[in-house]
Design a binder for this molecule. Structure first.
Ligand SMILES: C[S@@+](CC[C@H](N)C(=O)[O-])C[C@H]1O[C@@H](n2cnc3c(N)ncnc32)[C@H](O)[C@@H]1O
Length: 314
């Protein structure tokens, strides 16, 4: 299975870790519950008969629903986004659509040339979206051209990220194509709920599997505003309850990060199987995450391939 990247280019995206994680997932998954779905890379890189992707962030779920709908007429979607790109005067490097002075600007502003060129057009796009927030087609373009491919809103509910040094390039096209071909023949449902309510609202059958990739208590991302000691403990209680009911799950997290240690997690995880995960990716926020972060995967069943289980006695 090829490893594919989500077109949401999400902070905390698991796509590079999926080859390792997939080996530790059950072999045959009936329904895959992606409880903290984010950009959706866990679902995109896992085989299952059915997918239910949940996230508390309404904007993220709106983007998924929009892209899934657009996948039904993918060429029409591309043509529409290209028209918008042209209307706003943004660059589209995937097809060499660049201004005449591109080389000059690139030579002068080596690391910020796309930001320099697209700034004015991006601000017009942002104003148009803020005047009508139901325009998810515009929100997706803001994500593509915005700072670090992110979405962020101020207290008044307005999109407030500045332009980024990124544009509609081959990576964007490839990710959109992969997403569309994944969605077209899949049974997938999106939900926008708190994890506890989401998990409690479902009935589970043999072969179902729940994957949990929550915000990490000891690292920082925009979505950590929803996470604290209390939510962390509620999550462990929920996982214990699922375990008592014989329902299979897996949890991604970090034991240590930049000298900090998640002792509640380490203690609680002793009851289960813990696997080290090689973090061969670099956080957009923090390029030191690679060096001193111990990524782990905790699961309540014995995967087929358990030779790399962390053995505390060794
Ligand atoms: C580490 S990210 C998930 C990344 C995802 N696995 C991927 O590959 O893109 C954690 C996600 O949890 C979501 N989240 C935070 N608090 C939540 C809650 N209480 N219930 C459900 N989702 C929540 C955040 O919006 C964020 O998308």
């Amino acid at each position: 299975m090829d490893n594919v990247r989500s077109p949401l280019f999400y902070v905390g995206d698991k796509y590079k870790l999926m080859p390792q994680l997939r080996e530790l997932f059950p072999q045959n998954i009936n329904t895959f519950y992606d409880v903290f779905g984010g950009g959706g890379s866990a679902s995109l890189n896992t085989f299952a008969h059915k997918y239910v992707l949940n996230d508390l962030d309404t904007n993220v779920i709106n983007l998924h629903k929009f892209l899934a709908e657009q996948a039904q007429d993918f060429d029409g979607f591309l043509a529409h986004e290209y028209d918008l790109i042209e209307k706003f005067g943004l660059t589209r490097s995937a097809d060499g659509i660049l201004p005449a002075n591109f080389d000059e600007v690139r030579a002068e502003f080596k690391k910020t040339y796309y930001a320099k060129i697209n700034k004015e057009s991006y601000l017009k796009l942002r104003d148009e979206f803020n005047a009508d927030k139901s325009r998810i087609d515009l929100m997706y373009l803001l994500l593509v051209y915005g700072f670090n491919h992110m979405t962020r809103f101020n207290a008044k509910g307005n999109f407030n990220l500045p332009v980024g040094n990124v544009d509609w390039n081959n990576n964007v096209e490839r990710a959109l194509r992969n997403y569309a071909s994944f969605i077209q023949n899949k049974n997938i449902v999106f939900e926008n709920d708190d994890f506890a309510h989401f998990v409690d609202s479902k009935g589970y059958n043999d072969g179902d599997f729940l994957y949990f990739d929550p915000p990490y208590l000891i690292t920082f991302s925009e979505y950590n505003k929803w996470w604290n000691d209390d939510t962390e403990k509620r999550l462990y209680a929920l996982l214990d309850d699922l375990n008592n009911r014989g329902i299979k799950w897996g949890l991604s997290n970090v034991f240590t990060h930049k000298g900090k240690s998640n002792t509640i997690l380490k203690e609680w995880a002793q009851k289960y199987n813990v696997y080290p995960i090689k973090a061969n990716y670099i956080s957009r926020f923090d390029n030191t995450i690679k060096a001193d972060t111990a990524e782990v995967y905790v699961t309540n069943f014995e995967p087929q391939n358990d030779e790399w289980l962390i053995d505390e006695s060794r």
